[in-house]
Design a protein. Structure first.
Lengths: 109, 115
């Protein structure tokens, strides 16, 4: 993989349900994997910066895992709430920060 | 909480004109960045800046673009002789250090529309 790819592009979740989505990135020249949460009309907000293979980070109901050997990271949202609706961007730090296209999450009440 | 601020929020400019986008990074941050997002596309890295010089730039950042830190607080992106394809959302970001494990803090962006 040469680029940063995120899937799915968008997903709809019922309030209370849990969900997860994927970021794939180059498995060579790895420094870090960033996750950002981007609400409409606001600036991207840093969620996690992950550096070690096997890393798992958690912030409230949101958590992320990292596999640098195979080049993927999962982001999990447990018990989704309407305020979780946003685009979630991952970014691979080899040299410069290289962004994926994002996964747009819509949580419906 | 300290934040990155960008002005203006929206800039409309005639093709061929010069435009300057302004950013005030977080005060104790040392690394500064510009990104752009063309409508419907990914966020793209333009340039990083440290110690009053460019530390890295992408292939997008050609001679049309320049960055400057004219004083102790502002960080500017200048686009000379703008083209229609320069229309995009431009984001400024800053971080405490360049290390990969430092998050970048983004401003709200400037929407640049070239007519």
């Amino acid at each position: 993989i040469l680029n940063v790819e995120q899937s799915p592009q968008s997903l709809h979740v019922q309030e209370g349900d849990s969900t997860n989505f994927t970021c794939s990135f180059p498995s060579s020249n790895f420094y870090a994997l960033h996750w950002y949460r981007w609400e409409t009309a606001k600036s991207p907000e840093a969620l996690f910066v992950m550096t070690l293979n096997g890393d798992e980070k958690k912030k409230g109901r949101i958590s992320a895992t990292l596999n640098t050997k195979e080049g993927y990271s999962y982001l999990y949202i447990k018990g989704s709430q309407p305020e979780d609706s946003a685009t979630y961007l991952c970014a691979f730090r080899g040299g410069k920060l290289q962004f994926g296209a994002g996964t747009q999450v819509v949580v419906t009440p | 909480e300290p934040e990155v601020t960008q002005t203006p929020s929206h800039q409309v400019t005639q093709m061929g004109q010069e435009v300057i986008l302004r950013c005030v990074p977080i005060s104790n941050h040392l690394y500064f960045y510009w990104y752009r997002q063309i409508l419907g596309q990914k966020v793209e890295f333009l340039v990083s800046f440290y110690n009053n010089e460019i530390s890295e730039k992408s292939e997008i950042f050609d001679d049309q673009f320049s960055v400057e830190r004219p004083d102790g607080s502002n960080f500017t992106l200048k686009i000379r002789s703008t083209k229609l394809e320069d229309s995009a959302m431009y984001f400024c970001a800053s971080s405490e250090a360049r290390a990969g494990n430092q998050p970048q803090h983004f401003g709200d962006g400037t929407r640049l529309s070239i007519l």
